[in-house]
Design a protein. Structure first.
Length: 310
């Protein structure tokens, strides 16, 4: 996918992130916003605005991304919304368009779009330098603000930082509180960040375990593999959306081709958030609440029925 690689390079060039994978929603948004296909040149790019659903359809049709309807929010948050914080994208709210209007659109920012159009031109390097000279101060300031409040996480020999926010704070507690108690010694194969979806992603290990990458759009926030018990923990951190629902569990089970036992876990920070989603959680899954780290709720009934010792 040459154009997707190009889009990743553009984001790296302007300092959007140190590394940008081809699964980056921001890179995909550049393709959707400009309506550039593989057989077009970047000079033919347009910037007339795109709805998130429209962008999803374009990516599936032109780049065979196989994005599902339930990934629209991920595309919006990790694509234009995040890009807008550093001046690479914008919406049309300033034009009097409400976010729930049928005319609501996302665009590349005007100066970034001009740079994109010249990606294949010999003047790109010079234009990039000019763009960074006027634009990088804002991006650097934004990065500095994030770094001051980053959430440090240590799991086994893997030390990293997550961007601040309730969702990522729950990721930290899953790894530092849930995992030692219920998945002790398990290998960390995947953890996402709200700003960098594939922060830790051992793709080949997941594929070898039978988790095909066609399922990338439903991969949970944290994946742990307990080799001793041959259990694959699929843990979803829920702060606003996305518990282990019947549809999601059914799809993973139907497409999973490995032999490890799948343990589905929905994690919440507290009772208040849990109560909002309990009706959407699938049976035969687990629930963990960070405020009560020593306990689990089993959506299983008779499997765990029995008296407790005095």
């Amino acid at each position: 996918m040459g154009k997707l690689v190009d889009a990743c390079q553009m984001l790296k060039d302007v300092g959007f992130a140190k590394s940008v994978s081809e699964k980056s929603m921001a890179a995909r948004f550049i393709l959707a916003a400009t309506k550039v296909t593989e057989d077009m040149s970047w000079s033919q790019a347009t910037n007339y605005g795109v709805q998130i659903h429209e962008g999803l359809v374009f990516l599936n049709d032109e780049y065979q991304t196989n994005l599902k309807e339930n990934t629209r929010e991920s595309l919006r948050k990790q694509g234009p919304k995040r890009m807008a914080t550093v001046g690479l994208a914008r919406d049309n709210v300033s034009e009097g368009i409400a976010t729930n209007s049928k005319n609501y659109r996302w665009f590349l920012s005007d100066d970034f779009f001009e740079l994109v159009r010249y990606f294949e031109d010999e003047s790109y390097t010079e234009r990039l330098a000019q763009f960074k000279a006027t634009h990088l101060s804002r991006m650097s300031l934004q990065a500095d603000k994030r770094n001051k409040a980053m959430i440090p996480v240590k799991y086994s020999d893997f030390e990293f930082e997550l961007t601040p926010g309730k969702h990522n704070q729950l990721h930290k507690e899953i790894l530092e509180q849930f995992a030692p108690r219920f998945a002790g010694g398990a290998r960390l194969l995947y953890v996402g960040d709200t700003a960098e979806k594939d922060l830790k992603f051992e793709e080949s290990a997941l594929e070898n375990l039978g988790f095909p990458m066609t399922m990338h759009d439903v991969i949970p926030d944290v994946v742990l593999f307990d080799e001793k018990r041959n259990w694959l923990f699929l843990i979803e951190a829920v702060s606003s959306v996305g518990p282990m629902s019947v549809d999601r569990v059914s799809r993973i089970k139907s497409e999973y081709v490995g032999k490890a036992g799948l343990v589905f876990v929905t994690a919440f920070q507290n009772w208040s958030v849990y109560k909002k989603f309990v009706g959407n959680i699938a049976w035969e899954t687990e629930i963990w609440i960070a405020d009560f780290p020593d306990h689990m709720i089993h959506m299983n009934g008779d499997r765990f029925m029995g008296p407790y010792s005095n």
